[in-house]
Design a binder for this molecule. Structure first.
Ligand SMILES: C[S@@+](CC[C@H](N)C(=O)[O-])C[C@H]1O[C@@H](n2cnc3c(N)ncnc32)[C@H](O)[C@@H]1O
Length: 440
């Protein structure tokens, strides 16, 4: 489908915890413990092979400081159920002594390599001059800028100290899940344990589950979905129009947090915990239901008329997204719908999702045979991607390529054949005054 050509839909949402810890109820799931953890001596000298890798081929050279402890739980697999092991893997020296515990399957763990472990330098950062934790009025601790930042600038690079496969949370009964979590935390250095256990709680459930639920972020790591706890990033409070976003780098196993618009010295950093594109009342209710606080961000506290105007824009944004064509022969409608969508997103401050639509619009103009407009929109998408995906990202390379060589792109003049086939397709998108010598 044309719309999807070369586009990775940017779906990594910032969601702390967010209903994620739905442990299987013990009514339909039985599990049992496979092993007990004990200290492993001198893990750095002996690159340990994962002892319980089961396929006989893959091994892990990610050193461990503790023997893995595992629980076996039934995992639905189509109409069948297979038994799957979930284990705690700890290296308490990881990332300059900060430590890391993973809860995942032996297969996934055995794909982890020594490179992840030994690429130390990029992770050791003193970031004291970039941000500071401070008490806020009514929002607990928050994270504040120690200097000004421009859009796209990174202010934090940290490794997670807990990484929990979301599948584990779905299938392991709560009691065993809690035991795995407790073990994962207890095997970390005392300093890191304190960092974790001093984080905010919000659920009123047992301490360790509450800590993970309130503070974990959704991450994709090596194609597997995880919840990660990064104690420094967990201090970032919610607003509905955030100034920060994050990327997770598989290879260095680091979370990179950056500004998505200019931030002044002393300003509080913020994420949106989700639902930014929902109308005011729904956002408020969902946030209250999931994190037990009433959002009083600038948008939620704005005068009634402004909230109504925002809700109206959000409704139109949803409508436009829903109506976007996916058939190549309906492509010209993109040229009409996307500028309105992009303008509304800009007005609404929904910056994170915007570059993908600018990119589609660039392809649309290219398909229409207008290389000038294709270049212009590719340039705008590139600038957006530089912030959201990073300057070295392949999204940026892809847009540079389109900017430089629009006529060599597969989308070039793609719609011509449809217009030849059916003149009805010819009437959309004529809001410009260029000559289109390719048409007829
Ligand atoms: C991930 S933590 C953020 C850091 C937290 N404030 C702390 O003290 O560590 C999430 C918790 O912070 C608080 N919080 C975050 N954003 C808030 C907001 N906009 N208004 C009120 N409380 C907020 C809530 O208690 C929420 O459960």
């Amino acid at each position: 489908m044309f719309l999807r050509v070369g586009i990775r839909w940017y779906t990594q949402h910032i969601l702390f915890g967010w209903l994620a810890l739905g442990y299987a109820s013990s009514a339909h799931a039985e599990s049992y413990w496979l092993g007990r953890s004990s200290q492993v001596w001198n893990p750095l000298a002996v690159r340990q092979v994962c002892r319980i890798s089961r396929d006989g081929v893959s091994t892990s050279s990610f050193p461990l400081t503790h023997n893995p402890s595992c629980v076996r739980a039934p995992l639905p697999n189509g109409t069948d159920t297979i038994m799957e092991d979930f284990c705690v893997y700890t290296n308490s020296f990881f990332s300059n002594g900060r430590g890391i515990s993973l809860i995942t399957t032996p297969e996934v763990f055995s794909d982890m390599t020594a490179e992840v472990y030994y690429d130390e330098e990029s992770r050791v950062n003193n970031e004291d001059h970039l941000y500071v934790e401070r008490q806020t009025a009514g929002r607990g601790t928050g994270l504040f800028a120690q200097r000004s930042f421009i859009a796209g600038e990174t202010y934090m690079v940290k490794t997670p100290v807990l990484l929990i496969a979301r599948a584990a949370l779905e299938v392991v009964p709560r009691e065993d899940g809690t035991t795995l979590l407790r073990q994962a935390v207890n095997q970390l250095p005392v300093y890191t344990q304190e960092l974790l256990m001093n984080l905010a709680k919000s659920k009123g459930s047992d301490e360790i589950n509450d800590m993970v639920q309130t503070n974990s972020m959704r991450l994709d790591f090596a194609g597997v979905k995880y919840l990660g706890v990064i104690p420094e990033a967990a201090r970032v409070n919610h607003v509905c129009r955030q100034n920060s976003y994050y990327r997770f780098h598989d290879f260095s196993m680091t979370l990179e947090v950056f500004a998505i618009r200019n931030v002044d010295e002393g300003e509080e950093f913020s994420f949106s915990y989700g639902l930014s594109d929902q109308p005011h009342d729904i956002r408020q209710q969902a946030i209250k239901a999931n994190w037990e606080f009433t959002c009083k961000c600038a948008l939620c506290n704005a005068p009634k008329a402004d909230i109504e105007a925002s809700d109206k824009r959000l409704a139109r944004i949803a409508e436009l997204k829903y109506m976007l064509p996916t058939e190549p022969n309906k492509g010209p409608h993109l040229i009409v719908a996307l500028p309105e969508l992009i303008d509304l997103m800009t007005e609404e401050g929904l910056i994170v999702d915007r570059p993908q639509y600018e990119e589609i619009l660039a392809y649309a103009w290219n398909a229409y045979g207008d290389d000038q407009r294709a270049k212009e929109w590719a340039g705008r998408a590139r600038m957006g991607w530089e912030i959201i995906a990073g300057k070295g990202s392949w999204e940026v390379k892809r847009m540079k390529n389109l900017e430089e060589h629009p006529k060599q792109h597969q989308s070039w003049n793609m719609w011509e054949e449809y217009w030849h086939e059916d003149d009805d397709h010819n009437d959309a998108g004529h809001d410009h005054d260029h000559d289109h010598d390719h048409h007829h």
